[in-house]
Design a protein around this ligand. Structure first.
Ligand code: FAD
Length: 381
C-alpha cells in the first residue's frame, strides 16, 4: 500500500494550483457576483489538458486517470468551485457518456472537440418531476422516419445554456420502465432544441445551470447514444465516475475554506492573543483537517479502483457522501472561525459556505448515496 502520489501527479497538482491561483483567483468575486460563465478560463483549462483529462490522447485527451482527474478538480475547486463543477460536468458526465457509449463516429465528432475544450458539454438527466427518481423521466423520443422526435423539459442542467452539445435522456419504450429510457446527443442550434430558464443560484454562481427544452426536436438516427433502452443504465454507470469528481469538488472547497480559516486564526487577535491559541478554535481546526484527510482517502481509493477498471458504485457513493458532508461541515466551521468577517464578502468563507452545499445535492443527494451504499452492501451479502 502506498499513500503517496507519484512525481507526475505532484507536478500536475502544482501546475493546476498555479493555474488556479494565477488565472482564476483574481476574478472569483466578479464571476460570482455577475454570474458570468468563465468561457475564457475553460478555454485555457483546455490548453492545459483539463477539459479532456480522462480521455485517450487519440481522442484529444490528456490520457490520464481518475486519480489525476480528482487532483485537478480539487485544485480548481480550492480556488473556485464554479470552475471545478464546470470541468467535472464536462469531463465525467457529458464527454464520458459519449466516450463510453458512443459509436466511433460519435466519438470522433464529439469527444475530440470536447476534450480540447473547444466545445462545452452538458448532460441532461434531471426533470422538474424526475430528480432523485430519475427513472421517472417524462421526456419522450418517438421514432419517426428513421430518426427521432423529442419533446420534454429538463431542469438543472449544468451548461444547459452554454453547452455546444447536450446528452439528453428520453423515453423511447414507455412500457419498459427504466429499460425504456435512451440517451441522445444533440447539437446546439438543432431546431426545436433550446435552453430555458437560467437558474439564479445561491452558490456556484459562475457555473451555468439551466433548463433544456425540446419541442418537436427532430434528430437523425445517429443522435441515439448507445443502445436503445440502455440510456438510464448507462447513466448510472456514468454517475459512478461523476461522483468521484463531485467528491473532489467538495474536497477542494473544504481545503480552500480550511486554509483560509487556519491562516486567519493565526493572525486574528482577541483577548491579547491569536485566536488560534484558544482550544475551541484548535479543536475546530483538528476536526476540519481530519475530515478533509478522510475525504481524500475515500476519493483516492475510489479513483484508484476506477483506474484499474473495477466497479466503484459503492466506493464512489461513499466518497461523494462523506466528502460533500465534510465539505459543508468544514465551510461552516471556517465561517465560524472568521466570526463576523466570515459573513461578509471581503473574505472567502461565505462563498465556500454557499458553494459547497451543492455537493450534497448534485449527482444524487446524500440520501440517495446512502440508498446506493446500502443496496450495494446488502446485495453483496
Ligand atoms: C447546481 C446544480 C447543478 C446540477 N447539474 C445537473 C446536471 O448537469 N445534470 C442533471 O441531470 N442534473 C443536474 N442537477 C440536478 C441534481 O442532480 C438534482 O437536483 C438531484 O438529483 C436531486 O433531485 P431534485 O432536486 O429533484 O430533488 P428531489 O429528488 O425532489 O429530492 C428532494 C428531497 O427528497 C429526498 N429524497 C428523494 N427521494 C428519496 C428517497 N427515496 N429516500 C430518501 N430521501 C429521498 C432527497 O434526498 C432530497 O432531500 C443539478 C442540480 C443543481 C442544483
Amino acid at each position: 500500500m502506498d499513500f503517496g502520489f507519484s512525481d507526475d501527479q505532484e507536478l500536475l497538482r502544482r501546475t493546476v494550483r498555479d493555474f488556479a491561483e494565477t488565472e482564476i483567483a483574481p476574478h472569483v468575486r466578479r464571476y460570482d457576483e455577475s454570474q458570468e460563465f468563465p468561457r475564457e478560463i475553460l478555454r485555457k483549462a483546455g490548453e492545459l489538458g483539463l477539459m479532456g483529462i480522462i480521455f485517450p490522447e487519440e481522442y484529444g485527451g490528456a490520457g490520464l486517470g481518475y486519480t489525476e482527474y480528482a487532483i485537478a478538480v480539487e485544485e480548481l475547486s480550492r480556488v473556485d468551485g464554479s470552475i471545478g463543477i464546470a470541468v467535472a460536468a464536462h469531463n465525467s458526465l457529458c464527454t464520458n457518456h459519449i466516450f463510453q457509449s458512443g459509436s466511433e463516429e460519435q466519438k470522433r465528432k464529439y469527444v475530440v472537440p470536447l476534450a480540447s475544450g473547444s466545445w462545452i458539454g452538458a448532460w441532461s438527466l434531471t426533470e422538474p418531476t424526475a430528480g432523485s427518481d430519475a427513472a421517472g423521466t417524462r421526456t419522450v423520443a418517438k421514432a419517426d422516419g428513421g430518426g427521432w422526435v423529442l419533446n420534454g423539459t429538463k431542469t438543472f442542467t449544468t451548461h444547459g445554456s452554454v453547452g455546444d452539445v447536450v446528452v439528453v435522456f428520453a423515453v423511447t419504450d414507455p412500457d419498459k420502465g427504466r429499460h425504456g429510457i435512451s440517451a441522445f446527443v444533440i447539437d446546439k442550434g438543432t431546431p426545436g432544441f433550446r435552453p430555458g430558464k437560467k437558474e439564479d443560484k445561491m452558490g456556484l454562481r459562475a457555473s451555468d445551470t439551466s433548463e433544456v427544452i425540446m419541442e418537436d426536436c427532430r434528430v437523425g438516427p445517429t443522435a441515439l447514444l448507445g443502445e436503445r433502452g440502455h440510456g438510464f443504465v448507462d447513466a448510472m454507470k456514468i454517475l459512478d465516475g461523476g461522483r468521484i469528481s463531485i467528491a473532489a469538488l467538495a474536497l477542494g472547497m473544504a481545503r480552500g475554506a480550511f486554509e483560509a480559516a487556519a491562516k486567519y486564526a493565526k493572525q486574528r487577535e482577541q483577548f491579547g492573543r491569536a485566536i488560534a491559541e484558544f482550544q475551541a478554535i484548535q479543536f475546530m481546526l483538528s476536526e476540519m483537517a481530519t475530515r478533509i484527510d478522510a475525504s481524500a482517502l475515500l476519493i483516492h481509493r475510489a479513483a484508484w479502483m476506477k483506474d484499474r477498471g473495477m466497479k466503484t458504485t459503492r466506493e464512489s457513493a461513499m466518497a461523494k457522501l462523506y466528502a460533500s458532508e465534510a465539505g459543508v461541515y468544514v465551510a461552516d466551521r471556517a465561517l465560524q472561525i472568521f466570526g463576523g468577517y466570515g459573513y461578509v464578502k471581503d473574505f472567502p468563507a461565505e462563498k465556500f459556505y454557499r458553494d459547497v452545499k451543492l455537493c450534497t445535492i448534485g449527482e444524487g443527494t446524500s440520501e440517495i448515496q446512502r440508498l446506493v451504499i446500502a443496496r450495494e452492501i446488502l446485495s453483496s451479502l
